[in-house]
Design a protein around this ligand. Structure first.
Ligand code: S3P
Length: 177
């Protein structure tokens, strides 16, 4: 157990919270979507469009698998779809403590209604798409998580505090054996 992994639906705040958490814990940040975009030299939308979602999912799994090699601890923010594969849930658990940032579908809609970078939410009726996907995904997020926080009902500082406290508690437990 060494890294802290942030999971949750698109728009739940993984990336922005990841930045703040990395400052607090003094750990470097890895945003898997951004790393995949950098390695592939194209946007997530571009990968979905040209190579397809399945190819993106393979890149995602390969990327998190590669994180097992890292020696120092990181805050890792993963894409909203990452915990859907059982294989990925197992990798994430192996990497460290997994935090699920739960938010309401309405929150996601308000945050992402103008967004053009999430291929899964483009087209007609994004609100329906969000509700539908969220319902399917919720059990997988829960199953893959060590800590679940209702991120849109708590102040950001409180979310950060709870993650830091949980992480420290788990570190102490580990040291005691
Ligand atoms: C996805 C979420 C996105 C990105 C891709 C697919 C998903 O990441 O990985 O568009 O399946 O939920 P964010 O959760 O950071 O938006």
């Amino acid at each position: 157990m060494k890294h802290v992994i942030l999971t949750g639906f698109m728009g739940c705040g993984k990336s922005s919270l990841g930045v703040k958490l990395s400052y607090k814990l003094r750990m470097a940040l890895v945003d898997t979507d951004k790393e995949i975009e950098r390695e592939q030299g194209k946007s997530i939308s571009g990968i979905f469009e040209h190579e397809g979602e399945e190819h993106f999912r393979q890149l995602e799994t390969a990327y998190i698998e590669g994180l097992k090699e890292r020696k120092s601890p990181y805050v890792i923010s993963v894409g909203g779809g990452t915990p859907m594969r059982q294989e990925n849930r197992e990798i994430l658990k192996e990497l460290g403590i997994v935090v699920y940032l739960r938010v309401k579908s309405q929150t996601v809609y308000e945050r992402l209604k103008e967004d053009t970078t999430r291929p899964l939410l483009q087209g007609d009726n994004p609100q329906e798409k969000i509700e539908h996907l969220m319902k399917i995904r919720e059990p997988f997020y829960e199953e893959g998580a060590d800590l679940i926080l209702n991120a849109d009902e708590l102040e950001t500082e409180e979310v950060l505090k709870r993650i830091v406290n949980y992480y420290k508690k788990r570190q102490r437990q580990k040291q005691r054996g």
